[in-house]
Ligand binder design. Structure first.
Ligand code: IMP
Length: 179
């Protein structure tokens, strides 16, 4: 697997350190409240796991299965909810936990949906952002790292459902996805 990687963009140490900072920030900001962290599956799993280790207040965790990419490296622009929350967001403080914000379409859709369903606040924690790829603006309150506009894999991010288990974020060699 590792031989398919051209460049490591964010190594594991940096990810852990940033998650610790973000966890502390969330703990401070939500002191005295009980937020629901809503992880968007499947990509948010490693980030969610690392982030919640550093949150020192009570939180609930929920997941939604959301799909926007058909399996290649370009977005379909169409967001499908395949599995929904198991509890109501009505009157709750929500923190959406996501792997990456690219065009912004996925997060924009989910933020609007949760607000429409009556959440009292909706914020976003996202490991990565590609600011140059944005089609709609999304306010990411808890951001890990800005990266260049290139397709990345690892730490939850996949290419054709593979490479999610890499402990870092990296760029694939072009011959892998141009096969
Ligand atoms: P957006 O709706 O265009 O912001 O895309 C968000 C979703 O697209 C993410 O949750 C990822 O699943 C996927 N995605 C965007 N960029 C990448 C990438 O560089 N590598 C892998 N998946 C990506």
């Amino acid at each position: 697997m590792i031989e398919d990687i051209k460049e490591v963009l964010v190594d594991n140490k940096k990810i852990e350190a940033r998650c610790e900072e973000l966890g502390k920030e969330i703990s401070k900001d939500y002191q005295g409240r009980l937020p629901i962290l809503v992880g968007l599956l499947k990509g948010s799993v490693p980030f969610m796991a690392e982030l919640i280790k550093h949150i020192t207040i009570q939180v609930e965790t929920e997941y939604m299965v959301v799909s926007s990419y058909g399996g290649g490296i370009t977005s379909s622009g169409e967001i499908q909810i395949i599995n929904d929350l198991t509890i109501s967001p009505q009157g709750r403080d929500i923190i959406i936990v996501e792997d990456i914000v690219d065009s912004g379409l996925t997060l924009d859709t989910i933020i609007k949906l949760l607000k429409y369903r009556g959440a009292s606040s909706v914020e976003v924690a996202c490991l990565l952002s590609k600011p140059d790829a944005r089609k709609v603006e999304v306010d990411v309150k808890y951001l890990g790292f800005d990266i260049k506009n290139e397709f990345v894999v690892g730490f939850g991010l996949d290419y054709d459902q593979l490479y999610r288990n890499l402990p870092f974020v990296g760029i694939l060699k072009e011959e892998i996805y141009k096969k």
